[in-house]
Ligand binder design. Sequence first.
Ligand SMILES: [Zn+2]
Length: 110
Amino acid sequence: MPNRSVSWLRRRRKALLRKLPNLEAILKGSLVERFKRCGRPGCKCARGPGHGPKYYLSISRTGARPLMEYVPQEYCNQVREYLANHHRVREILAEVCAINQELLRRRKPL
Ligand SMILES: [Zn+2]
């Protein structure tokens, strides 16, 4: 970024903001797959990996185990999309911040 012109940086900043996903459509965490044994005597799951896969939204918390929120199958694709959107939002914000930091370093109007 140091070798980019100020006008390039400003254009890049505008372009980044246009690529922001819908901010309503975001979720934080990760989608994880789990197989569970039901414990019923004689069930075939006792020998295999268990019933599943079942999906959970795993949300990390500071100083605690991650929160595991059950995700019904029919929500999985939407949840994946929302997680990807959140990831993209964070990338875009980080780059906009880096551009603003660069403008500040050069003593240019932000
Ligand atoms: Zn079972």
